[in-house]
Design a binder for this molecule. Structure first.
Ligand SMILES: [Zn+2]
Length: 441
């Protein structure tokens, strides 16, 4: 069981400096060897000729909506979508009902994960009880329950004393405090504040709402020595603040999202031109399509460029999706202002970021590192490599295969993406967890 030879694939394992055509031998769900594999009677073969073979991708930021919002996504559909996107491990955010704010709720979710999830799912606990911002959780008890970090994602912890307490616990426990940075008092709008929002007459959210909280949390991380992980950095000044803090030695890591690298606020006006890459444009969309509404919002072309520079120079450590499924009625409200924030992301992340490789910004090995080795640093345990002896979590994909985004062919329950109808290049062919097939195209 769970024995397999992947033959003649282009094996890329950034952790071990492997980048060439060879074989991978899996036995009992574990990587045994990377290199030419001879005859292996009784072990099934997978012909990976022409395909990239790499460690399973890791997404440290998804919303699986369980418990409480199963009309948006379930563990089964959310992890099937992730597996189809090439992910073998995802970390799920705690903005659920009930929120993941106690060991009991976390353990109940872990029980459901074992029964229903197609891939590994590692929960993130809240910072405050009920994500209310009022009272800190029992960080140590939640760490014992196995959470990988703490976040009130979607709701910034406004109280600086509680953030200080969380970062002090982070230092003690060695787990990150994962922050969605947004000053709510400044962020009552629905899209980026700027020329496009004024043109469309939609209330804007200034990038300062994000930058003010990034600055505060960097200062608190410096004060406490705690580990700050900044979610979905979307603004040029946000990137600059993190870059400068890293130079000072502040313990901070950060994420970039595929949509903040390739889409600007013109998408809200109907543009379907991907930035920083050379992919064909999609057909123009309707202005104020709620599928372009995301938080932090799609910002300016200059911001996308700064996020890309931050990703390339290591200011932003890893990629992640912020997969945020919403049921159709929640998206199609009476107006753009009333629609829910969030984009479905798991199934488009690899093709969108492969476009950055095709455009010459980074090598394929560097891209895979941003989806494997780097996010693995947020997680305990051996992940993100093909080192012999580790679990055979692997992704096999065709970097060039073209496919059209169409709601019926997606695994997610909620195809809320502005990419509908567009052509993607890069298709996952096989996803293995512990050597077992969890997705095959
Ligand atoms: Zn999120």
């Amino acid at each position: 069981m769970s024995d397999l030879v992947l033959r003649h694939g282009w094996v890329i394992d950034p952790a071990n400096g492997i980048d060439g055509v060879t074989d991978v031998l899996i036995r009992d769900g574990t990587i045994v060897a990377v290199g030419e594999v001879g005859e292996t009677p009784g072990v099934p073969d997978y012909d990976a000729t022409g395909l990239v073979v790499c460690p399973g991708l890791i997404d440290v930021h998804v919303h699986l909506r369980v418990p409480g919002f199963e009309q948006k996504e379930t563990l089964a559909t959310g992890t099937a979508a992730a597996a189809a996107g090439g992910f073998t491990t995802v970390c799920c955010m705690p903005n659920t009902k009930p929120a993941l704010d106690s060991p009991e709720v976390v353990e109940d979710l872990q029980h459901r994960i074992r029964r229903e999830a197609a891939i590994r799912v590692l929960p993130i606990a809240t910072i405050t009880r009920g994500r209310s911002g009022g009272e800190a959780v029992d960080f140590a008890a939640l760490a014992d329950a196995g959470v990988i970090g703490f976040s009130d994602d979607g709701d910034t912890t406004a109280n600086s004393a509680i953030m200080r307490q969380a970062l002090e616990a982070s230092k003690e426990l060695g787990l990150p405090v994962i922050v969605h940075c947004e000053d709510k008092a400044l962020a009552s709008g629905a899209m980026n504040e700027g020329d496009v929002s004024r043109r469309l007459g939609i209330t804007g959210i200034p990038s300062e709402a994000e930058e003010i909280i990034i600055a505060r949390d960097l200062i608190l991380a410096e004060l406490t020595g705690g580990w700050l992980h900044v979610c979905h950095v979307s603004s040029a000044r946000g990137v600059a603040l993190i870059r400068e803090a890293k130079r000072r030695g502040v313990h901070v890591t950060a994420e970039a999202m595929p949509h903040h690298l390739t889409m600007d606020d013109e998408w809200v006006a109907g543009s379907r031109h991907l930035l920083n890459v050379s992919e064909p444009d999609g057909r123009s969309g309707e202005p104020a399509d709620p599928n372009t509404k995301v938080n932090p919002p799609l910002r300016t072309a200059l911001d996308t460029r700064a996020v890309l520079t931050g990703l390339l120079d290591g200011t932003l450590d890893c990629l992640a999706t912020d997969h945020a499924p919403h049921a159709a009625p929640e998206k199609q409200g009476s107006s753009y202002e009333n629609a829910a924030f969030g984009m479905s992301g798991s199934e488009f992340a690899l093709p969108l970021t492969l476009a950055l490789v095709r455009a010459g910004h980074l090598s394929l090995s560097e891209l895979i590192s941003k989806w494997t080795v780097e996010p693995a640093k947020l997680l305990a345990g051996e992940r993100g490599s093909l080192t012999p002896g580790v679990a055979a979590d692997m992704t096999v994909f065709d970097p060039d295969a073209a496919w059209t985004v169409c709601a019926e062919n997606l695994k997610t329950k909620s195809p809320n993406t502005p990419l509908l109808g567009m052509t993607m290049r890069g298709q996952v062919k096989l996803t293995l967890v512990d050597g077992e097939e969890r997705y095959r195209a």
